[in-house]
Write a protein that binds this ligand. Structure first.
Ligand SMILES: Cc1ncc(COP(=O)(O)O)c(C=O)c1O
Length: 426
């Protein structure tokens, strides 16, 4: 009989993983708090919250109980023509923290589908009114997911190259920096002034997979303002930034101007079960509130509104709004800022960026700053050998830890980073 790891290699095709030549995946038997326990007795700090999904620590007993109780009552039911309490409660919970203009929640399965739904709603908003607006505007360097619509509005990169001929046309504006601001605004103005412009999609304040690149709220406010003056639908992709990551519940809470659609996932269930949400403002609904069958939003997934996922999300929601969690978010942000100041001048460091509970360290490198930068593998294995999971984006690595990480545990990760930076300098 093969070992489990051998069976894995034989049977499973893992995401973002080369089929040949890669390391064997680590077999995780159990996880608790910030730790992943491997089958051979290692205890690894999950400093990236397992692709940014985990908020309160692994196998959180409150979320586990909520899911278990729900599983005994109602595990799933078709969500067209039927409904259930966990989905209704979650919609109330989410609408209570979203801007007042938001009044409906559409469920799907993950971040990509939450984005797909937002894009389709924006497109159909114009279609239902008989207005031929078709152009979508996005930012260079953005990542919105791996399904076709989400890929189309993302940066053209090694991720999307094989599919380039199949992606619909999108107008990209340069990523805004202090140097190119005027150029970005002018470019954006020409796009939004075109009669064809339908929607503007953005990752508010930080491009996550694009390298944890941050840009200020004032610039985004200006872009949203220009878009909304021209009646263009603004879609905030808060799949990564939602639920406290940036220090506020949503990154959009740092802005004065609000989007028309918001995509959510990742931290939504505290990282326990897959669930996507597209939150919808009244403006969008006006194009769908009618008796014309052909104007229905014909979109749904088999597992739309899954009760177990909704129960997990409701439990996570309570934990998130608890004073202890909110205090911890502030403390992590403060600790990150102090650490950033400490390592900013290190020789190996090109830039340190922090935003709320996120800290990103971009290393100096002779190669271009990119996802395929060869230092990526060195960073990953260095920290993993020391039982810390950090998964770099090329020459940028970051900490996005569960909020339950203690100050001492975080200091331990910082110390490992300092030693690594010193080693690079030597
Ligand atoms: C901003 C953003 N949008 C969408 C997605 C896609 O989410 P999912 O992987 O759940 O499909 C991601 C994933 O990293 C993301 O960071």
């Amino acid at each position: 009989m093969n070992s489990l790891s051998e069976k894995d290699t034989q049977n499973i095709w893992h995401p973002f993983t080369q089929l040949e030549g890669g390391a064997q995946p680590l077999l995780i038997e159990q996880a608790e708090g910030i730790y992943l326990h491997t089958s051979d007795g290692r205890k690894i700090i999950d400093a990236i919250s397992s692709w940014w999904v985990n908020l309160h620590g692994h196998s959180h007993p409150v979320i586990a109980d909520a899911v278990a109780q729900q599983a005994r009552k109602l595990e799933h039911v078709i969500f067209a023509g039927f409904t259930h309490e966990p989905a209704i409660t979650l919609s109330e919970n989410l609408l209570s923290i979203l801007p007042k203009s938001f009044c409906k929640i559409f469920y799907s399965d993950n971040g990509s589908t939450a984005v797909e739904v937002a894009l389709k709603m924006a497109m159909q908003y114009w279609h239902n009114q008989g207005v031929p607006r078709k152009t979508i505007i996005a930012l260079e360097g953005s990542y919105h997911g791996d399904t076709f619509g989400a890929m189309a509005v993302g940066d053209r990169s090694i991720f999307t190259a094989p599919f380039a001929p199949f992606l619909f046309d999108v107008k990209f504006i340069p990523f805004p920096t202090t140097q190119n601001l005027e150029q970005v605004i002018n470019h954006f103005k020409t796009l939004v002034n075109s009669t064809d412009a339908a929607a503007f999609i953005y990752e508010p304040l930080i491009q996550a997979a694009g390298g944890m690149r941050m840009y200020p709220a004032e610039i985004l406010n200006e872009l949203i303002d220009l878009a909304q003056q021209n009646d263009i639908i603004c879609i905030a992709d808060e799949v990564f930034t939602g639920f406290g990551r940036t220090g506020k519940i949503f990154a959009s809470d740092h802005l004065t101007l609000k989007p028309d659609l918001v995509a959510l996932s990742k931290g939504l269930t505290g990282g326990t079960l897959p669930l996507g949400v597209t939150a919808v403002s009244e403006k969008i609904l006006t194009a769908f509130r009618n008796n014309d069958f052909t104007k229905t939003f014909f979109h749904g997934h088999s597992f739309t509104g899954n009760p177990l996922a909704c129960a997990a999300a409701n439990a996570s929601f309570k934990l998130l709004l608890d004073d202890d969690c909110q205090k911890r978010i502030k403390e992590i942000a403060e600790q990150h800022r102090t650490f950033a100041g400490k390592i900013r001048e290190q020789k190996a460091v090109h830039e340190v960026r922090t935003l709320g509970t996120i800290i990103a360290i971009e290393l100096k490198t002779r190669e271009k700053t990119s996802y395929s930068n060869s230092i990526r593998e060195k960073i990953y294995s260095y920290f993993l050998e020391r039982n810390i999971l950090l998964r770099p984006l090329g020459n940028t690595f970051y900490i996005v830890a569960p909020y339950c990480i203690t100050s001492v545990q975080l200091t331990g990760v910082y110390q490992a980073i300092e030693t690594f930076l010193e080693m690079l300098t030597e």
